[in-house]
Design a protein around this ligand. Structure first.
Ligand code: ATP
Ligand code: MN
Length: 378
């Protein structure tokens, strides 16, 4: 769960060049515009990240009503502002209104208040998937019990139709942390050689072959060693979603089996019916960003991914360039780097970039292009 509301320090306050009553300040690596006088250097605030839906129940947030309570990227008099900083004193008001009675809140930097305040995340894609899984048949104790057996799940699916289950335990979900929340990377990884790819705005796909030792024969026999997953769910058997469409179209099951070991691929599906097809593609396409040797828990590096794709017939997310991290760099440098147009369709703004170490794929973060966020109101 993303920490959408946290206690943070206000730093680096300066005057907005085009507005007398506004300041620009930093909260971690974020740049946020505040009203002059609301904060002074070093004050703690409650910081709501973009995509936060602030609670409607408290009048403290009534000024957000016209924005449907959603915190998003804004341009105020020509300057981008991301997030919402509110004074700590709102906690007293909320407490006085009996809107906060879950005990004491520690007023220390980094403290996560997302749950206590009831802050939700604006996430239309996840909502789409949730309503999809809600279409599942009602829970039945016998059925739930029998579902521990793969043969039953298969049979059950054949009779009842669509269903989904949790993400496989042996693979991590795809995710990237925002550079604004990791301003320390430049110190920590000074001198690290990296590459960066285009962050595509599609939907996350995971495909895997996984034969558990010992159970291999049964798994294989009942056909449950091939996994197809969306961002958060395993899509159990073939259905009409883009996840299964891409599997058919790209012959993914056969390709993965030919690798000859437990292997997972993760990528972004883009194209028709996905995210309003921003790139204006015909049909759909899969662009990989992770290849994982499951047994070794090893993520292929850039070179190995290229080889893998050449050998087995996959394609990678667009590679943009390499870069060396330096302790003199700032978050804003990465935001500048994120700006530009898509390699998939040069007429379209790119969503951003994902920066990764050439030596260790797990050192990875994203920088989202603010122009994209404003253009698409995200
Ligand atoms: P947040 O965590 O910021 O709320 P989110 O979890 O919804 O956002 P995204 O902003 O979509 O996630 O960023 C992470 C996702 O980006 C990954 O899950 C992956 O599907 C997708 N992605 C697209 N392009 C790339 C790329 N080039 N490299 C890595 N991931 C990518
Ligand atoms: Mn995330």
């Amino acid at each position: 769960m993303r920490h959408l509301a946290t206690i943070q320090k206000i730093t680096n306050i300066r005057k907005h060049p085009n507005a007398d009553t506004l300041d620009i300040c930093n909260v971690k690596g974020w740049e946020v515009i505040t009203k002059t006088g609301d904060f002074k250097e070093g004050d703690l605030c409650i910081f709501f990240e973009i995509d936060a839906i602030v609670p409607e129940y408290s009048p403290v947030f009534s000024f957000m009503e016209k924005r449907k309570f959603r915190v998003k990227t804004q341009k105020l008099r020509g300057i981008v502002s991301q997030g919402l900083a509110m004074p700590i004193s709102i906690l007293d008001i909320m407490r006085a209104d009996n809107h906060l009675n879950k005990g004491k809140i520690k007023l220390t930097e980094g403290e996560d208040l997302t749950e206590i305040l009831g802050v939700k995340k604006h996430d239309p894609e996840a909502e789409k998937m949730r309503s999809y899984s809600r279409k599942n048949p009602k829970k039945n104790i016998f059925v739930q019990y029998m579902k521990q057996y793969a043969w039953f799940r298969k049979l059950h699916f054949k009779i009842v139709g669509k269903h989904t289950k949790n993400f496989p335990w042996f693979i991590k979900k795809t995710d990237e942390e925002r550079i604004q929340n990791m301003p320390f990377v430049f110190q920590q990884f000074d001198g690290e050689e990296c590459y960066y790819t285009e962050k595509l705005d599609g939907t996350s796909f995971t495909g895997a072959i996984f034969l558990e030792k010992g159970f291999g024969f049964f798994r294989k026999f009942f056909g449950t060693d091939f996994y197809v997953c969306s961002r958060n769910l395993t899509l159990y058997s073939k259905n009409d979603t883009v996840y299964w469409k891409i599997v058919e179209q790209e012959n993914i099951e056969k390709k993965l089996r030919s690798v000859g070991k437990n292997i997972a691929i993760q990528g972004e599906i883009i194209g028709e019916t996905i995210q309003k097809n921003k790139y204006k593609l015909k049909g759909i396409a899969l662009k990989l960003f992770n290849v994982i040797d499951i047994d070794k828990n090893y993520y292929y590096n850039m070179k190995e991914k290229i080889e893998f794709c050449d050998t087995f017939g996959f394609s990678l997310v667009p590679h943009i360039d390499t870069l060396v991290l330096k302790n003199t760099m700032k978050v804003s440098d990465m935001i500048e780097l994120s700006k530009g147009y898509s390699e998939v369709n040069p007429k379209i703004l790119r969503e951003g970039i994902v920066i990764r170490s050439l030596n260790n794929e797990r050192v990875s973060f994203k920088a989202i292009n603010p122009d994209f966020l404003i253009k698409y109101d995200e």
